[in-house]
Write a protein that binds this ligand. Structure first.
Ligand code: 9UX
Length: 72
């Protein structure tokens, strides 16, 4: 069953940052939709918690060089 989560992200300064985060999160198995908003600095994620965890998302965000600031 899919769930929705809103992740707070720090360090994004341009639309390429947004695209980079959407791309890496979108490639994770179990994530069916990602929309990142630069102004609000949030990622709106639809995912299957049996396939992927918030920690997985956090790791991907941090590996890219951005900050994971928790869930809203
Ligand atoms: Mo452009 Mo966003 O270099 O870090 S991708 S500011």
């Amino acid at each position: 069953v899919n769930e929705k989560v809103i992740l707070k992200i720090g360090g994004m300064t341009c639309v390429m940052c947004v695209k980079a985060i959407e791309d890496v999160l979108g490639k994770l198995d179990g994530i069916s939709n990602v929309t990142v908003n630069l102004t609000s600095e949030k990622a709106y994620v639809t995912y299957n918690p049996q396939m992927v965890s918030i920690t997985d998302m956090k790791n991907e965000i941090e590996d890219l060089g951005y900050q994971y600031l928790g869930v809203e």
